[in-house]
Write a protein that binds this ligand. Sequence first.
Ligand code: ARG
Length: 247
Amino acid sequence: MKKFLVFVLISVLVVLTFSGVIDEIKKRGYIIMGTEATFPPFEFVDKQTKQVVGFDVDIAKMIAKKLGVRLVIKDIAFDGLIPALMMNKIDMIVAAMTITPERAKMVSFSDPYFTAGQVIVVRKSDSFRPKSYEDLKGHRVGVQQGTTADIDVSKVKGVDIVRYTRFTDAFLDLAIGRTDAVVLDAAPAQAYVKFNPKLTISSPVLSEEKYGIAVRKEDKDLLDFINEVLKEMNSKTCYDFLVSLWF
Ligand code: ARG
């Protein structure tokens, strides 16, 4: 009898440890995507519907659809995304997040789904036209806290960095002269410049970065599933359609 109980206990433990997060997601009926939604065209709040929309949201919707569950979106600070994932508050990060070795120590990244790079945005009316990070020395520069722009610009000595949670605030401060420049990924930079004719991109693309979807290290089943969806999207030219829709 005792032996039998031990056997049952071990079997239950084995099932608990080996049934992956996908089972859990299917049981609860939704998958939670964490993002920071001031980053058009990847993720931003639609003025009319007040919903978070964009290229990343469509990819996440595809993942949810293939899993047969709903997509729930949590819009939080960018530097809070990895902690939120590790504390089980979200299932995946879809936030135009660059795959970096430091981040990859904490989370697993999917195959890359987008290639990007940093640019510098300034006021059109100014004569200041920085072409490199070095040119930012002696200036007040806005970045989003915890982004690759923050990491890269922090390495240059003599730059007065202002760190923001939301890009909307970073661009407001740039527009009214509280900062001299903002550094961010090229596609969102273009979106903000298009929206605000007072601003312009002054530099070439300064880095090469690849975006990945992040999951917890132990959620190998979800990682494999996401990679399958990304692969399928590419082969079905669904990806090209999304690019033409959002860019
Ligand atoms: N690609 C940059 C990074 O990974 C910026 C991403 C910002 N994304 C966002 N949704 N705010 O650091």
